[in-house]
Design a binder for this molecule. Structure first.
Ligand code: UDP
Length: 331
């Protein structure tokens, strides 16, 4: 298939591009390289461009004529979204509307949309299935809810437009072949921060809040390896094209780890007893998020291959060491 991948030079997008490329798809990656890198695009052709640039989008869609779009380009850091909401709504909502407009003009009918567990806010039961109400507690989650609403309404209005929204839980780890991984310098996610602390890039790791209503007082998350998430995209796309059915599916393993547990495994994998300090809660964090991913498994046959926190952290650590030495080599 001819597939346009927005944000395909970023962390998750580049792993999905790798998986799609291995299957022989014809790929065009549209990315502004704000957090992504050209070297992370292992397959297809990279067009550096903005989703705000509607003329450019038109040219790209006109020339490439994609049969499907995978839309990864977005801002994704919860705390930043609390501080800079307008930026999140502009990038995650306004820019996505530009893309949908262009898709409509060029009659592109299939979309895989990157959504998030943050749409649920503080869920009323665990694990979280797709039927639970959407009550985002931060602008990042709210921006994704807005786009899910827009997509639902477009699919209702246009008979030939269909999409799958994948609600990601906590994506982590790196390509087992160690070619790509998280490469955004200011990434604030727990595993990346823990490993960068082990690596000496930060003096200490902050544990944000130890008074949550969880067994050890720290937040619990469902960490999913990025290659398993990439496989979920391939399967979702196949499902969409074969059935023509719009669906929303959670992506996670169905069990979680606390911040303290992640820190312990990070220390074990790195063999470095890096400094940790307990601090106040971070704005916008729900205590627990665990996916019920039975829908994804049932409809697409998805089966996790890397459901192992040690493996997740080991691949992330291997990448961190390699990326650090690559950066040093350049200086
Ligand atoms: N966290 C932490 N220290 C950090 C980064 C994150 O204690 O330096 C906690 C955070 O408060 C949350 C969990 O780790 O409870 C996962 O946060 P992350 O930013 O990785 O993902 P999110 O769940 O916000 O998408």
């Amino acid at each position: 298939m001819r597939i346009l991948v927005t944000g395909g030079a970023g962390y998750i997008g580049s792993h999905v591009v790798k998986a799609l490329g291995e299957q022989g798809h014809d790929l065009l990656i549209y990315d502004n390289l704000s957090t992504g890198h050209d070297w992370a695009v292992l397959y297809g052709r990279l067009e550096v461009g903005e989703l705000a640039d509607t003329r450019r989008l038109d040219e790209v869609l006109q020339a490439f004529r994609p049969e499907a779009v995978l839309h990864f380009a977005a801002s994704i850091q919860v705390e930043e979204s609390v501080r800079e909401p307008l930026r999140y709504y502009r990038n995650n909502v306004a820019n996505s509307l530009n893309l949908l407009d262009a898709m409509e003009r060029h009659d592109v009918r299939n979309l895989i949309y990157s959504s998030t567990a943050a749409v649920y806010g503080i869920p009323e039961r665990m694990p979280v299935d797709e039927s639970l109400p959407l009550n985002p507690i931060n602008p990042y989650g709210a921006s994704k809810v807005m786009m899910e609403t827009v997509l639902r309404d477009i699919a209702d209005a246009r008979e030939n437009f269909r999409y799958i929204a994948l609600r990601y839980f906590n994506v982590a780890g790196a390509d087992a072949g160690n070619r790509i991984g998280q490469a955004y310098a200011d990434a604030t996610h727990l595993i990346t921060r823990a490993l960068k602390t082990a690596n000496g890039q930060y003096p200490k790791l902050s544990v944000f809040g130890t008074d949550y209503p969880t067994p050890d007082g720290t937040c619990i998350r469902d960490y999913i390896h990025v290659d398993d998430l990439a496989d979920a995209h391939i399967r979702a796309l196949n499902y969409l094209v074969e059935t023509g059915k719009t669906e929303i599916m959670n992506c996670g393993y169905g069990h979680g780890f606390s911040v303290r547990e992640v820190v312990d495994v990070a220390k074990k994998v790195t063999r470095i007893d890096f400094p940790v300090e307990e601090t106040e809660r971070r704005a916008g964090d729900p205590p627990e998020l665990i996916a019920d991913s039975s829908k994804l498994r049932r409809l697409t046959g998805w089966l996790p291959r890397h459901d192992d926190l040690e493996f997740i952290i080991r691949t992330a650590w291997d990448w961190e060491l390699k990326y650090r030495s690559l950066l040093k080599g350049k200086v």
